[in-house]
Design a protein. Structure first.
Length: 305
């Protein structure tokens, strides 16, 4: 018997048994028997049908759990790839001869704000890669089904197993959405993803403008041209105009690369969340209909007491 036929049979059987004296059942037969008489409806077939529907729905839920598990494994591989690509970006490319001090020096250090900005870019990149790897590890394992291998003999038992499975399904789904939100909104030592891109680029532009103005004032004061001046090759001294521009360009390029990679993996996670949520709500709708029919069965059972 197909599931749709079973659903129709439960509904017809339940509604026909629930009619009052003097009414007409959907099958055309008259309800001319008083429910208070010895003739009582046989509810065993209804319970069997409901139990069979619950068992079949449990199989669907298990299939959906494993499907989301495979989706999570795919996401795990993609997050690992992005983490690796972030690491491969390396450091902000500095002009020849310049050295980035580690760790971040004191604020009194020459060019502290430039060094701090570069450190912030590297920190965001490293923390993002670490978070992605942690998420990838968590998503790499297939979930364990909560339902037992033995089919339940009672609807209440089947319902309890299904509740546990739905909770697991919801948890797996929420973790996908939570990961996307965490990567985008920040936390764990990181700012919001969009703010990282806009704020860092604004800071870099401000520093570039400041150093260019200082260099121009210095050149005017010394009355010498850029071409006749030998560039200084130390981060502890004044930067050359060309080196200022190059450093700002490289820093912005790093910000754009990190932001782009992170935005892409966030989009991948959100697409997966939407796809899995659609299937989840389809199954929960079936569960709601099954519970509604079980309530009809309980009303019939109460009437027999």
């Amino acid at each position: 018997m197909s599931e749709s036929n079973e659903n129709d049979e439960v509904k017809q059987h339940s509604e026909s048994q629930a009619c009052s004296v003097g009414e007409v059942r959907q099958d055309g037969s008259a309800c001319d028997e008083d429910p208070s008489t010895d003739s009582k409806p046989d509810l065993v077939p209804i319970h069997s049908l409901l139990l069979n529907l619950a068992i079949n729905l449990q199989k669907k839920v298990n299939q959906e759990i494993m499907l989301i598990g495979r989706v999570r494994q795919r996401l795990s591989r993609e997050m690992d790839d992005v983490a690796e690509s972030l690491v491969e970006l390396g450091s902000v490319s500095l002009p020849d001869g310049f050295h980035l001090p580690e760790p971040l020096p004191e604020e009194s250090c020459p060019h502290y704000h430039v060094i701090s900005a570069i450190h912030s870019i590297h920190k965001y990149r490293d923390i993002s890669a670490e978070i992605l790897r942690n998420k990838a590890t968590k998503f790499s394992q297939l979930p364990r089904l909560t339902s037992g291998t033995k089919e339940p003999s009672d609807f209440n038992e089947a319902s309890d197993e299904m509740d546990s499975s739905f909770n697991l399904l919801r948890k797996l789904l929420d973790e996908i959405g939570d990961s996307a939100r965490q990567l985008q909104s920040g936390g764990d030592g990181r700012v919001n993803l969009r703010r990282f891109s806009s704020d860092m680029c604004e800071e870099i532009q401000t520093l570039e403008k400041q150093y260019v103005m200082e260099k121009m004032q210095e050149l005017n004061f010394r009355s010498c041209s850029i071409q006749s001046r030998k560039p200084v090759k130390s981060i502890g001294h004044t930067l050359d105009l060309q080196e200022i521009t190059l450093l700002a360009k490289n820093a912005k390029a790093m910000v754009y690369e990190v932001s782009l990679k992170m935005l892409k993996i966030v989009d991948v996670l959100r697409e997966a969340e939407i796809s899995c949520t659609t299937s989840y709500y389809s199954i929960t709708k079936e569960n709601s209909e099954l519970l509604r029919r079980y309530c009809i069965y309980l009303k019939l059972k109460i009437q027999q007491l």
